[in-house]
Design a protein around this ligand. Sequence first.
Ligand code: KG4
Ligand code: ZN
Length: 356
Amino acid sequence: DSSRLVLGIETSCDDTAAAVISETGTILGECLHSQKEVHLRTGGIVPTVAQQLHKEHIERVVQEALERSGVDPRQLSAVATTVKPGLALSLGVGLEFSRSFVRRHSTPFIPVHHMEAHALTVRLLQPVPFPFLVLLVSGGHSLLAVARGVDDFLLLGHTLDEAPGDTLDKVARRLSLTEHPRCSTLSGGQAIELLAQQGDHLRFPFRTPMGQTYDCCFSFSGLRNQVNTTIEKKEAEEGIERGTLLSCVNDIAAATQHTVACHLAKRTHRAVLFCKANGLLPSLAPTLVLSGGVASNQYIRKALGIIAEATGLRLLCPPAKFCTDNGVMIAWNGVERLREGKGILPPDADVSYEPK
Ligand code: KG4
Ligand code: ZN
């Protein structure tokens, strides 16, 4: 098989991940080390801790991905690594490792934009022609864009304050959900999804953000304030200590998740209408891609499904393991760039990372 091989490396946030894939999209070997449990215990990501953990694990993670693939570094056509956006200290570890790796093995280097990689992952799984509409929702980002090509994205909207995953993580922390017996090992978003299944989302009518703003941007901090105020009020009513509310946690989780879903759905609906009015999507089988860590939420998927159905779009959402950060999506971005000859640098190129 003469198919070219790409090693992908991801360290932009709290996952150290690597994968080797072939040009045809076959995953030959992958490895991922998650720092989630450490960060859950400290109540959020401490950048210096994330950096230290990336340093401790990157060598082994890349080694394992290579070993599982049976590929020798000299067989690689390129190494693709996330260089933006993300936490500076985390990005630095992946980039430093990659720079010395490509120099040692004389391999071409492909710097990868983390969000573009999230957006294109779907094309590894099935044929999705450009252009398509994409909604990316994670702990660090929320954005709507038209993917017009491998390195051609028309940004329609982004978050003005925090990302939806960040909001869910903060609400979960405020409710001390890691102390909850069913949620101790879950991320904030996962914990809220689980508890919401037993909750009544109508019990707390939170306002959907930006009802009067006629664009496709997002805002979640106002929702978080509403939720916090509700929690404080309940704690006061019951005369209990901060972070010990139990009585209506499921309802708060359900109402929060519902409001996030409504906000994402309404903004996406606007984006679809904008795209249609401006001829930005193909008339035949227009596609909406939903990805990022928050996209693994079934309630949110369903809400976006309703919008897609109502507007005649086909909704595609990669399986959860491809929605959250992983090495495969970075390797795949490398393949897409390799195929088009875009952004391929020599092994000794001077590359720096960009947190923003
Ligand atoms: O894409 P990701 O792994 O990392 C980045 O932020 O780039 O996304 C992680 C985020 C976290 O905020 C987590 O709470 C959220 O995705 N998340 C979820 C679910 N699973 C993970 N949010 C809602 N529902 C879920 N099932
Ligand atoms: Zn991500």
